[in-house]
Write a protein that binds this ligand. Structure first.
Ligand SMILES: [Zn+2]
Ligand SMILES: [Zn+2]
Length: 168
């Protein structure tokens, strides 16, 4: 699905909801939805606010928060609770990736995994209708691994230096 088609589909979902519930179709909500789907990655409320400001939409934090709650209910957005930070992400037609979370620095990276997405698609669920999934793999990123082994080597050399001084 191209980005334009995705954006049209999600606008239709929002349209449908607002019509059924007799809510006003404020341009603000559509601007927020567009921004969410243009960002195309994880974002905080502050980052979303900044993106909207760049588009000349000034939206209060409370409005952003409430709009994200609505979008989550409509399955247009997922909320992630990464280590020490809350992030949001567009989720319509964006299911095939999984998250690698570094437990040392908190950095989040994404990888594509069609195999896992397929496996979940084929999993028989028990009295449950699935809307989507999020998957997190916890571990240590390569940068932190490098830093840790540098630290370890430094300690080792210090120890060796001490030992060689003792033996003198
Ligand atoms: Zn993601
Ligand atoms: Zn890290």
């Amino acid at each position: 699905m191209t980005k334009d088609i995705v954006k049209k589909k999600v606008r239709d979902i929002l349209d449908g909801y607002l019509e059924v519930n007799n809510h006003r179709k404020t341009s603000e909500r559509y601007a927020i939805l567009d921004a969410v789907y243009d960002i195309g990655g994880h974002f905080s409320l502050d980052e979303l606010g900044a993106e909207l400001e760049a588009r000349n939409f000034r939206v209060s934090r409370a409005t952003l928060y409430n709009t994200m709650r609505l979008f989550i209910e409509l399955r247009l957005v997922v909320r992630h609770r990464f280590i020490g930070q809350t992030k949001y992400e567009a989720c319509y037609a964006n299911e095939d990736h999984i998250h690698q979370i570094c437990t040392v620095c908190g950095k989040v990276t994404e990888i594509e995994s069609p195999e896992i997405a397929d496996a979940i698609k084929e999993t028989k669920l028990h009295r449950f209708r699935k809307d989507g999934f999020s998957l997190y793999i916890y571990g240590i990123c390569s940068r932190c691994q490098a830093a840790i082994s540098r630290q370890r080597n430094k300690l080792l050399t210090q120890k060796q230096d001490k030992n060689s001084q003792k033996s003198k």
